[in-house]
Structures are given as structure tokens and as C-alpha cells.
Design a protein around this ligand. Structure first.
Ligand code: ATP
Ligand code: MG
Length: 723
């Protein structure tokens, strides 16, 4: 512990205080700090420590704009800023010296790796040979573009099974994020695709080319381009010089690219602090590697110091007993046993129910009972392995008019009308983004793919979109819409056009098309667009709005709503992946059976099973007071119509061994539960686990570094050459 720890940090334990006040204040608004790793179990206050660290640094005079704070999601970044703001306010109350802090602290460089990458790449675009107005392709658009090329290359017509678009994207992404050769990646993760090695390489190479023609970057490109930029000593020095402190939460889910980026930003580890929990590493399927956190210290000379936190402040002891028993069964070592600062409480429950319908009933009964005892819906969460697992529950909640918000599921942004409107804005922002143009043009009556392609070719020959469109012939049925589109493009097309009012202008243009295309649900869809319009108003520019939405798409329209809606009470439904770092008074975990925990796709390899164990551990350790694991005896067969009624019998999860069962209440005797046949395919990308977040700072001018006309690093060539 540093002797100078101020009184406002008294609430923290000595190890937390030591991490918060790590380093030597120099008295000139700077704090000199060697690299530090805080490694500790769930709920031990790692994130709280980072938030206090931010507050303490600011109190020492560090400029918040010189703190790079990497979080797991936009929500997490906002939460961190709020916590840091609160801590600073406490510091003021206790006589600390700090700038005025009302509410959340402004942290312009708080966000995910991807969001920070997008922002830095725009700032350094000219030195990198990039168009600073590049668009960010979200995962679903990336898969669509890949699919288009796959089709062009004739793979959709092959008789033997060519990998589907999402599989192709997952393979490419895994190879890029781990830096491993394609053949090796296929052999380990997708062995049945090995025969397609050459075809896949050709596909990925064409995909890389096409993205450049469209001036778009996908999520992987953002990291690759950032890494490439940092390979130039001058640019690396400029980027590194922006930050005095780099704080990283959830470090256990860092992949090779991200770890390399951090090393390049701070080669000696000066100012670098990483916090994480090896037992919560759940992103191996995206290339995250637990070794990075385990070997964090050794990359520096002298090795980085390490602080461990012992006490769990979140959960009652019986919940932790269950989580501890689960991890004790691991074949990998996690020598931690969580001890509750809060003491005893209710034992977690294992509820065996007939099927998913009964599961939904049980959860709703439990949720309402909790609410009767004063636990708001918002303090309760239902967690599941796959986004589809909550379907029955959603139907029942809707029927019983119980409000809920779902995270990590089918996204609001995937709705066709939302995509249409965003495509208009994307096309205006980046006229080379042919995928967006293709979508916009086909909204028009009488405009099919062939005509749209022809129009795009004409537009490509013109500097301004409006000029290109004026040269195209409109289909007879679309004349009025066409004229209106040209006018719209003229008004809001130019990048310098005022952002305010643009969203409404696009909606005005789109409204008649919406009514034409969606006769039945037009009113509901129009309401969605109003919600999105309200959100658009919170962003300073079109570019910022589009980038943030692509990086961290809202999963429900409720996610986008303003304060009044947010004040209402609603139950949280979330995939476990999206629940990272969060906590609730009461937690239900759905479908705790073999085939789901662990997922049937993960049962092929020991390391995948361990990742599934950690996933269940993450789910369990979200609970403060009550935890219920639900085990349906039968559940619906997948690959049948939504909510179809074919069922298979669920076997007890292999993670619920005798030691774990001994910590649970209500355990029935093991009945005639049949085994679910394991299958040895690699993990699929879990439904929509939020991947990224946008930074919250005001948009900075992208004109910095314009002066270097000749790119110092040809990022585009690097991205192409990878395949
Ligand atoms: P996870 O591993 O899930 O990310 P974490 O280690 O980041 O968890 P936090 O979310 O920071 O843990 O903290 C868990 C809970 O404990 C929060 O409610 C936090 O406010 C509380 N907490 C943290 N430190 C202390 C402390 N010293 N005294 C009391 N409560 C604390
Ligand atoms: Mg945390």
C-alpha cells in the first residue's frame, strides 16, 4: 500500500488501494508507473479498482484525455466513467483536489479495442494510406459481403458443402486474430474445411480487395490496420505519445493482435495496467488466449509486478461455494477459491423441469416472487448460452406483459428497415461503399440487382454521388423516389454537410417506401426509426454515429431509448458472453444440460470444454444473492420451425459433478436422462455476443497528420497481402 493513499480510498481493501495508487506522482500532473497486472477472481473488485485508478490519476493532475481505457463494451466504458466520476466526487467531499466532476467523468479515450482503433486510424489516415471516411462493416454486413463474393466465385453452387458465410467469416477472423496460418487454423478448428483451403484463401483475398474498393474496414481490419500502423516507428511514437496511462479491463480475453498492439503502444509497459481473471476467459473462439494474462509480467524487463485480490464483494458465500466447486473440477489450474466478504446467504438451487415451457414458467414465477419481496426486475437477470435459448421465455414474458430487454440476441439493427435507413447514411458517407448503395437502390420499386449494379457502375465514375445518380435512368415506377434521392444526396451527401436533421431527412425519403414495402407492420417499423432518430441526435457527426452503431449495435430498441424509457423497470435477458463484468441480485441460468453447458459443438476438445466450464462460471458469479440453475429434462430440437415441438431428452451437465451438486439445493436423483450425442464440430460464434464498443469522446477532426501526403505505412497493401 502506498502511504499517501487519500482517505476517500478507505473503502477499498489494501490490495485494491495499492493498485489504485500504483506509481509515483511527479508533481507536474504526471504519474510515473511501471507495468502492473491485477489478477483476481470474479467479483473481487477489479473493475472497481480500475475506476478508482482513473479517479486517482485525475486527482493527481493527469489529463483524462491522456488515459486510454480499454473496456469490453460501450456500456462497460460508460459504467467505468460513471464509477470514476463518483469516486472523484467522493474525493472532493473528503477534501481532495480535483477538477469539478459532475456525474460521469469525461474519458474521451474509453472504449473497446475496435472503437479506439477506428478513431486512431481516422486521425492518422493519410499517413496510413487510408481514406479517413472509411466505413466500418459490422459482422452481419461483413458476412453478407463475403457471401456475395463466395457466390461470384461460384462456391454457392458446389455440390459438396462449401462452408457457409458465417463459418467463412469465423475462419478468416480466427486466422487474422491469432496470426496463425490458414491451413493450421483449419486443421485445428474446422478440419472438414481443409479441402477448401485454396478456395478459402482465394475467397479471403478477394474479400480483402473488395473491402478496399468499397472503402470499408471490418472488425478484424481495424485491429490489423492498427497493428500495421504501429509497425512504423514514427506513427507508433505519435500514437503512444497521446497516452500516459493505458488501463485494460478483462485482459484475459485479449487476443494475440490486441496484446501486440498494447506492447507496441507501451514497449516498456510504462503506465500500463491490466486487470483480469484467467478463470473467466471465454473468447477463445475469437482467438483470445489465456496465455497473454498468465505471461503478462514476463514480457517486460524487469517483469511486471502482480497484485492479487482475495475477497469477493459481490456474492453470498453459498453462490461462491458452488462456483468454487465448479472450477475445482477443471483440468486447467485456477488456484483461486473465492471468499465472500458478505458472508452467508441462500444456497443456489438446481431446478429440474419437464421442458423449456416449464422452464419459462418457473423463471417467471421466480422473477415475480422476487419482485414481491422488493427486488426490481432490473436487478434480476436470466442468462443463457445461446441467444435462441430464451425464445420460450420471451413469448411468455410478452404474453404476460412483463417488460424485458435482451442483450446479445437478434439485434434491432438486423431489422430490414433499420438496415435500409443506415445504408442510405453509409452510402452518403462513403459513396464507394457499394454494398450500402446496392441496398439503397433496391429499396426503389422496379429496381432489381442488375439495374442496381449498372447504376452503381455509373456512380463509381463520378466524384459526387448526386452527379452519378443524375446520369442514371430511373425505373418508371421509381421516378419520384429517384428524384427525391438525388435531391437528398445533394443536400446531405457531402461529408461537410450538417449532421443535424440528416436522419430525419433520410426517414422522410424512406417513409413512402417503407409503407409500400411493409404494408402490415409499417407503423411499428416507423416507430423503430423514431427511436433510432432520437439516438442519432446524441452523436456529433454522421461518421461517429455510423461507426459506433457498427461497433456496438444495440440489441433491442429498448437499448436505444432515452432516459424516460430507461427509467422503467424491466427484466434483463442476456447471453452469458454479454453478461461479462455485470452483476444482479437474482440470476437464473437456462438450459444447464449437457449439450448446452457444455455446448454440443464444444465437446470435441478438452480445451473447448474448459472454456465452456468458464462460461458457466461467469454465469454463476454474476449473482449477488440468489442463483438458480435450470435443467430441463427435454428441450426442443434445433433446426425446426421456431418454437416447434420436437424434443430430445437433456442429460445432466457434466459440470454438475458430485462436488457441485453438494452445493446446490433441490437436487433430484439422476433419472433416466439420456445422453446427448456429442458432435465434434468447433464452436460456432455465439449469437451476437457484443463484440465492441465505441469511444465516448467528442469527435476530433480527422485532419490531423494530413500533412504527410505519402503514406508511411501502406496499410491497404498489408491487409491484402495477408492471404
Ligand atoms: P468481474 O470479475 O465479474 O468483472 P470484478 O472483479 O471486476 O468482477 P467489480 O465489478 O469491480 O468486480 O466489483 C464487484 C462488486 O463489489 C461491485 O458491486 C463493487 O462495487 C463491489 N466492491 C468492489 N470492491 C469493494 C470494496 N472494497 N468494498 C465493498 N464493495 C466492493
Ligand atoms: Mg469486472
Amino acid at each position: 500500500m502506498t502511504p499517501s493513499a487519500p482517505p476517500w480510498l478507505n473503502r477499498l481493501n489494501p490490495q485494491q488501494r495499492a493498485a489504485v495508487t500504483w506509481g509515483m506522482p511527479r508533481g507536474d500532473g504526471r504519474v510515473q508507473a511501471a507495468p502492473l497486472l491485477v489478477i483476481a477472481g470474479a467479483g473481487t473488485g477489479k473493475t472497481a479498482t480500475l475506476a478508482h485508478r482513473v479517479a486517482w490519476l485525475v486527482e493527481q493532475g493527469v489529463d483524462p484525455a491522456r488515459i486510454l481505457l480499454i473496456t469490453f463494451s460501450r456500456r462497460a466504458a460508460q459504467e467505468m466513467a460513471r464509477r470514476a466520476g463518483q469516486a472523484l466526487a467522493q474525493s472532493l467531499d473528503t477534501g481532495g483536489v480535483c477538477p469539478p466532476a459532475q456525474g460521469a467523468l469525461q474519458l474521451p479515450w474509453a472504449g473497446t479495442f475496435h472503437a479506439v482503433a477506428a478513431r486512431l486510424l481516422r486521425l492518422h489516415a493519410s499517413a496510413l494510406g487510408l481514406d479517413s471516411g472509411f466505413s466500418v462493416l459490422d459482422r452481419s454486413d461483413a458476412a453478407d459481403l463475403l457471401d456475395l463474393i463466395r457466390h461470384e466465385q461460384g462456391w454457392s453452387a458446389t455440390r459438396s458443402r462449401f462452408p457457409r458465410k458465417d463459418t467463412c467469416l469465423a475462419i478468416a477472423s480466427f486466422a487474422l486474430n491469432t496470426g496463425r496460418p490458414l491451413r493450421e487454423v483449419l486443421a485445428h478448428g474446422w478440419p472438414w474445411c481443409l479441402d477448401w483451403h485454396d478456395a478459402l484463401r482465394k475467397l479471403f483475398s478477394a474479400y480483402a480487395e473488395r473491402k478496399q474498393t468499397h472503402r470499408v474496414l471490418d472488425f478484424d481490419d481495424l485491429l490489423l490496420a492498427w497493428e500495421a500502423a504501429l509497425s512504423d516507428p514514427q506513427i507508433a511514437a505519435q500514437m503512444a505519445a497521446r497516452f500516459d496511462h493505458i488501463l485494460v479491463d478483462e485482459y484475459q480475453d485479449t487476443n494475440t493482435l490486441q496484446a501486440g498492439i498494447l506492447r507496441a503502444l507501451s514497449p516498456q509497459g510504462e503506465g500500463l495496467m491490466a486487470v483480469g481473471d484467467d478463470a473467466q476467459s471465454i473468447y477463445a473462439f475469437r482467438g483470445a488466449c489465456i496465455d497473454h494474462i498468465l505471461s503478462f509480467g514476463e514480457q517486460f524487463d524487469p517483469p511486471a509486478q502482480r497484485i492479487t485480490l482475495q475477497r469477493n464483494y459481490r456474492s453470498v458465500q453459498p453462490v461462491l461455494d458452488c462456483a468454487n466447486a465448479l472450477m475445482a473440477g477443471s483440468t486447467q489450474a485456477y488456484p483461486k477459491s473465492l471468499q465472500a466478504a458478505r458472508g452467508p446467504g441462500a444456497r443456489p438451487v438446481l431446478a429440474t423441469v419437464a421442458d423449456e415451457r416449464a422452464q419459462a414458467d418457473r423463471v417467471i414465477g421466480g422473477v415475480l416472487a422476487q419482485r414481491e419481496t422488493g427486488v426490481p426486475l432490473k436487478e434480476q437477470a436470466v442468462l443463457f448460452r445461446n441467444a435462441q435459448h430464451s425464445e420460450w421465455l420471451e413469448v411468455e414474458l410478452t404474453r404476460r406483459k412483463i417488460p424485458f430487454v435482451k442483450h446479445g440476441g437478434l439485434r434491432f439493427m438486423d431489422a430490414a428497415h433499420v438496415k435500409d435507413v443506415l445504408a442510405v447514411l453509409r452510402w452518403m458517407q462513403q459513396p464507394r461503399d457499394a454494398l450500402a448503395g446496392f441496398r439503397v437502390l433496391q429499396c426503389l420499386p422496379g429496381m432489381g440487382p442488375a439495374l442496381a449494379e449498372r447504376a452503381l457502375a455509373v456512380c463509381a465514375a463520378h466524384e459526387r454521388l448526386s452527379a452519378g445518380l443524375s446520369q442514371c435512368a430511373s425505373p418508371p415506377a421509381a421516378v419520384a423516389h429517384w428524384e427525391a434521392l438525388i435531391a437528398l444526396t445533394r443536400d446531405i451527401g457531402p461529408r461537410e454537410a450538417r449532421w443535424r436533421g440528416q436522419f430525419d431527412a433520410v426517414c422522410d425519403w424512406y417513409q413512402p417506401l417503407l409503407e409500400r414495402r411493409y404494408r402490415d407492420g409499417a407503423a411499428v417499423r416507423a416507430a423503430d426509426l423514431q427511436v433510432l432518430a432520437a439516438m442519432a441526435g446524441h452523436f456529433g457527426s454522421r461518421e461517429q454515429f455510423l461507426t459506433e452503431l457498427a461497433l456496438d449495435p444495440p440489441s433491442a430498441s429498448g437499448d436505444l431509448a432515452g432516459a424516460p424509457y430507461r427509467d422503467e423497470d424491466y427484466l434483463i435477458l442476456s447471453t452469458v458472453h454479454s453478461a461479462k463484468g455485470q452483476e444482479w441480485d437474482a440470476v437464473w441460468v437456462l438450459n444447464v444440460t449437457d449439450g448446452n453447458f457444455p455446448n454440443e459443438y464444444a465437446t470435441g476438445a478438452a480445451h473447448s470444454i474448459e472454456e465452456e466450464r468458464r462460461l458457466l462460471y461467469v454465469a454463476m458469479t454474476r449473482a449477488r444473492n440468489t442463483l438458480e440453475l435450470i435443467e430441463p429434462r427435454a428441450f426442443a430440437v434445433t433446426h425446426q420451425p421456431r418454437l416447434g415441438d420436437r424434443h430430445v431428452t437433456g442429460a445432466r451437465s457434466r459440470f454438475l459433478n458430485a462436488a457441485v451438486l453438494a452445493t446446490l439445493e433441490g437436487v433430484p436423483s439422476q433419472g433416466a436422462l439420456n445422453d446427448v450425442d456429442p458432435c465434434s464440430t468447433p464452436p460456432a460464434v455465439p449469437g451476437g455476443a457484443a463484440a465492441a464498443v465505441a469511444d465516448s469522446g467528442a469527435a476530433q477532426s480527422a485532419t490531423e497528420h494530413r500533412q504527410s501526403a505519402v503514406p508511411r505505412v501502406d496499410v491497404a497493401a498489408r491487409l491484402r497481402s495477408r492471404w
